[in-house]
Design a binder for this molecule. Structure first.
Ligand code: FES
Length: 134
């Protein structure tokens, strides 16, 4: 994805939020403290006008657009069970590790994933330039 031998800016906290150093694909943004997202949590987070759903599952962080592909409702208020989130609006179920709709993966689109990284005590999320605000 990125050529480390080039002069292109690399994604990471050094280019976060700085339009002069962020690359054309997007940029990293500080989301918050990792401790603010306890194990088993499903939390909404708003970053630069985008609404995300962040979960901590088996010690790993995942970030998704807080948007159910079925009818566009928020997902963060769904029920979390065995690594899945069940949308409270019509019951579609998504795997929180892959984003796939587990009931009908062939016909229902997956969740929109955001890259997320823990760096020390901090969580950083990559905001892709092609994703529209949700
Ligand atoms: S909006 Fe989520 S299942 Fe319909």
């Amino acid at each position: 994805m990125f050529d480390s031998s080039s002069d292109q800016p690399q994604p990471g906290p050094n280019n976060a939020g700085n339009p002069e150093t962020a690359d054309a694909q997007g940029h990293w943004v500080l989301l918050g403290r990792a401790d603010d997202f306890p194990e088993g949590s499903l939390s909404p987070a708003t970053v630069e006008g985008r609404t995300l759903m962040v979960c901590r599952l088996d010690g790993r962080f995942h970030a998704w657009a807080d948007y159910c592909p079925h009818a566009g409702r928020p997902l963060h208020d769904g029920a979390m069970h065995e690594g899945r989130v069940i949308c409270r609006h019509h019951g579609n179920t998504y795997c929180l590790a892959t984003g796939r709709n587990v009931d009908d993966p062939r016909n229902e689109p997956p969740l929109k994933r955001y890259k997320i990284e823990q760096r020390g005590d901090e969580l950083w999320v990559f905001l892709h330039a092609m994703f529209s605000a949700t």
